[in-house]
Ligand binder design. Structure first.
Ligand code: URA
Length: 191
């Protein structure tokens, strides 16, 4: 069986889709994973592409703050994205890019076997629905609840919420995100 480090190394060398031609750095994901929680975003943005690290821009600062609000740091979680390379101009991921990149996220989930997967935004939520056979509902209706699915490697638990970037533009979204993080904190005491 490959290790997480090997998967991260394969991502760094990946040429499976045209995004490798425009990226500065692939962004495999990172985190100490002490509390067994995985956060999945959409795709690297400009700052992440420059640094090769997930959520290091403004949305990342808010994510750090939300984590801290429930007593977590990056040492406690693993943070990654559906796409490991930046779409030019931060456009939405294309279906072909998601298909090409999906085996990496699948391997990361299988290897880490997280207690809880928190999806940030609609792309990560839709990806987990499709991958784990969770009936898809719009994120505005689905968010803030726990969904479970049995897989060949055990039960996967998914908690969808909004993307922190959306909260930078809308205070009502920020309030919901804060509420959802409090729920995550409660869930972690009972899972
Ligand atoms: N937005 C994302 O979805 N992922 C990142 O890593 C940064 C911003």
């Amino acid at each position: 069986m490959v290790s997480l480090e090997e998967v991260e190394e394969r991502i760094r060398r990946c040429t499976r889709c045209p995004l490798h031609l425009t990226r500065t750095n692939p962004v495999p994901g990172e985190g100490g994973f002490r509390k067994g929680v995985m956060f999945v975003g959409e795709a690297p943005g400009r700052n992440e592409d420059l640094e090769g690290r997930p959520f290091v821009g403004k949305a990342g600062k808010l994510l750090d703050e939300l984590l801290l609000s429930i007593g977590l740091t990056r040492e406690d979680v693993y943070i990654t994205n559906v796409l490991k390379c930046r779409p030019p101009g931060n456009r939405d991921p294309e279906p072909d890019e998601i298909t090409a990149c999906s085996p990496y996220l699948e391997e990361q989930i299988r290897l880490l076997s997280p207690r809880l997967i928190v999806t940030l935004g609609r792309f990560a939520w839709a990806w987990t629905c499709e991958r784990f056979g969770i009936p898809y509902r719009k994120l505005t209706e689905a968010r803030g609840r726990l969904y479970s699915s049995s897989t060949l490697y055990g039960v996967v638990r998914v908690f969808p919420t909004f993307h922190p970037a959306a909260a930078l533009r809308r205070k009502d979204v920020e309030d919901i995100l804060r509420e959802d993080f409090r729920r995550i904190s409660e869930l972690l005491t009972s899972l």
